[in-house]
Design a protein around this ligand. Structure first.
Ligand code: NDP
Length: 458
C-alpha cells in the first residue's frame, strides 16, 4: 500500500475508534472507570483494525463494548438487630464468544455499574489470554462486609444468591471471589445455590473450599501468578526477585500470596497496606503475622506494629509508593497508584511494576512507567492466574477429579509463561516491542474478535 493510502486508512481507523468511544461515553454517562478501561484497550487496537478491516465491517468494537446482558437486582436482608437492609446486586454477562461468562463477585460499598462494567470488560481479554474456554463476566454488590457479623454475612450472601441463582450455571455463567468475597462467602453462596437447585452442581462457582469441590492452589493463584509473570518479564532483562526489595499494596488474598511467592524467590518484602494505611518493616515483613491478622482475625494492618514494634505504621495507604523498592506490586484496588506515585517510584529507581489488582495504575501512571523504561506488567495479563486456576477448578469438577497442589501450581506457572510469551509476541507483531499493555490487549482481543466474526451477528 502506498504511503498516502496508508495515512488515509489510519485516519479512517482513528475516526472510527473515536466514534465508538464517544458512543460509549454518551451511552454510559458518569461511568469514569468503565470509560478508562475501554480507552486503554481501544488505544492499543488501531494497528489491528488497520490490518483487519473486517473487524470494523463486522462492528466488533461496537458489539464488544456492549454487554450481552446486565442484571441489577434488589438484595434485602435482616441485620442482627432485626432491621431490614437493602443493597443493590449486579451481574454483567459481558461476552460469551469463547465460553461461559466467568469472573468474580465484589462486595464493597464503592460497587456500582461503572465498576462492574470496567471489571467485566477487562475480564473478556484476560480470560481470552489464559487460553482457556471462558467468556467475560463480573458482578457484586454495594454491600460493605466490614464490621458485619458472620450471621449477617450469611444472610446477605444467601439473599444475593437467591436472585443470582436464576442467571448462572456451570455452562452459563460461573462466578468466583473478588474484593470482599473469599472462601466463606463462596461457601454460603454455594450452599444456597445447592439448596435452591436441589442438586450438587459443583461447577457453578469457583473458589470453593476443597471439600466442596474447590481446587488446591486457587487461593494462592492470583498472587503467585502475578509473581510468576513478573519473574518472566525480569528474566528477559537478566534480573530476578532474588535479593530485590519489594513493596506490595493491600493485605488481602492477592497481596498475601504475591508476598509469599516473592519471599520464596528470595525477595525482601518491606511494606504492605490496607485501605487505612501501610506498614513498613525495613528488615522484611513477617508474613505469618499478616496472615494471622488478616485471614484469621480480620483486623487492621495497623495492629502489625503492636506485635512487631520495630516496624512503622503510616496512615494514608497511597504513601506506600514513596518507599524505595526494586519491584512494586499494586494488589489492592483500581486507580490506587497515580502519576505522582509513579514519578516517585521511578525517581527511586523501581525496576519492575506488576499489577496484581485490576487497573490499579491510572492511565498517566502507566504512561510514566512505559516512558521511563520500567518493566510494566498490566493486570489483565499479570493477574490472570486467579481465573486460570478457576478454569482448572471447573475442569476438575467436570471430570470429578482433584489434582495435587503441585500439579495445579505447575499448570499455573505454564499458563503465566504462555500469557507473557503471547503478549510479547503480539506487541512485536504490531510494532510495539516490549510493550505488554499493547501486547496483552491485542492478544486477548484477536481471539475473541475472530470468534465473534465466526459466530455471526448475534
Ligand atoms: P481482598 O478483599 O482480599 O483484599 C483487598 C485488599 O485491598 C485489602 O487489603 C483492602 O483493605 C485493600 N483495599 C481496598 N480498597 C483499598 C483502597 N482504596 N486503598 C488501599 N487499599 C485498599 O481482595 P483481593 O485481594 O481478592 O483483590 C484485590 C485486587 O485484585 C482487586 O483489584 C481484584 O479485582 C483483583 N483481582 C483479584 C483476584 C482474585 O482471585 N481474588 C483475581 C484477579 C484480580 P481493607 O481491608 O481495608 O478494605
Amino acid at each position: 500500500m502506498k504511503t498516502i493510502e496508508r495515512v488515509e486508512q489510519a485516519q479512517d481507523v482513528l475516526a472510527y475508534v473515536d466514534g465508538v468511544y464517544q458512543t460509549v461515553k454518551d451511552r454510559n454517562p458518569n461511568e469514569s472507570e468503565f470509560h478508562q478501561a475501554v480507552k486503554e484497550v481501544f488505544d492499543s487496537l488501531m494497528p489491528v483494525l488497520e490490518k483487519n478491516p473486517v473487524y470494523m465491517k463486522q462492528g466488533i468494537l461496537e458489539r464488544i463494548v456492549e454487554p450481552e446482558r446486565i442484571i441489577s437486582f434488589r438484595v434485602p436482608w435482616v441485620d442482627d438487630q432485626g432491621n431490614v437492609k437493602v443493597n443493590r446486586g449486579f451481574r454483567v454477562q459481558y461476552n460469551s464468544a469463547i465460553g461461559p461468562y466467568k469472573g468474580g463477585l465484589r462486595f464493597h460499598p464503592s460497587v456500582n455499574a461503572s465498576i462492574i462494567k470496567f471489571l467485566g470488560f477487562e475480564q473478556i481479554f484476560k480470560n481470552s489470554l489464559t487460553g482457556q474456554p471462558i467468556g467475560g463476566g463480573k458482578g457484586g454488590a454495594d454491600f460493605d462486609p466490614k464490621g458485619k457479623s458472620d450471621m449477617e454475612i450469611m444472610r446477605f450472601t444467601q439473599s444475593f444468591m437467591t436472585e443470582l441463582s436464576q442467571h448462572i450455571g456451570a455452562d452459563v455463567d460461573v462466578p468466583a471471589g473478588d474484593i470482599g468475597v473469599g472462601a466463606r462467602e463462596i461457601g454460603y453462596m454455594f450452599g444456597q445455590y445447592k439448596k435452591m437447585r436441589g442438586g450438587y452442581e459443583a461447577g457453578v462457582l469457583t473458589g470453593k473450599s476443597i471439600d466442596s469441590g474447590g481446587s488446591l492452589a486457587r487461593k494462592e493463584a492470583t498472587g503467585y501468578g502475578t509473581v510468576y509473570f513478573v519473574e518472566e518479564m525480569m528474566k528477559e532483562k537478566g534480573k530476578s526477585f532474588e535479593g530485590s526489595t519489594v513493596t506490595v499494596s493491600g493485605s488481602g488474598n492477592v497481596s498475601i500470596y504475591a508476598m509469599e511467592k516473592a519471599m520464596e524467590l528470595g525477595a525482601k518484602v518491606v511494606a504492605c497496606s490496607d485501605s487505612a494505611g501501610y506498614i513498613y518493616d525495613k528488615d522484611g515483613i513477617n508474613l505469618a503475622t499478616v496472615k494471622q491478622l488478616k485471614e484469621v482475625e480480620s483486623k487492621r494492618i495497623s495492629e502489625y506494629v503492636t506485635i512487631h514494634p520495630e516496624a512503622h505504621y503510616f496512615e494514608d495507604c497511597a504513601g506506600i509508593w514513596s518507599i524505595p523498592c526494586d519491584i512494586a506490586l499494586p494488589c489492592a484496588t483500581q486507580n490506587e497508584l497515580d502519576e505522582m506515585a509513579a514519578k516517585i517510584l521511578v525517581a527511586n529507581g523501581v525496576v519492575a511494576v506488576g499489577e496484581g489488582a485490576n487497573m490499579p495504575s491510572t492511565h498517566a501512571a502507566v504512561q510514566m512507567f512505559l516512558n521511563s523504561d520500567v518493566l510494566f506488567a498490566p493486570g489483565k495479563a499479570a493477574n490472570a492466574g486467579g481465573v486460570s486456576v478457576s478454569a482448572l477448578e471447573m475442569a476438575q469438577n467436570s471430570a470429578r477429579l482433584a489434582w495435587s497442589f503441585e500439579e495445579v501450581d505447575a499448570k499455573l506457572h505454564d499458563i503465566m509463561k504462555n500469557i507473557y510469551r503471547n503478549s510479547m509476541k503480539a506487541a512485536e507483531e504490531y510494532d510495539a516491542p516490549g510493550n505488554l499493555v499493547v501486547g496483552a490487549n491485542i492478544a486477548g482481543f484477536i481471539k475473541v474478535a475472530d470468534t465473534m466474526v465466526m459466530q455471526g451477528v448475534i
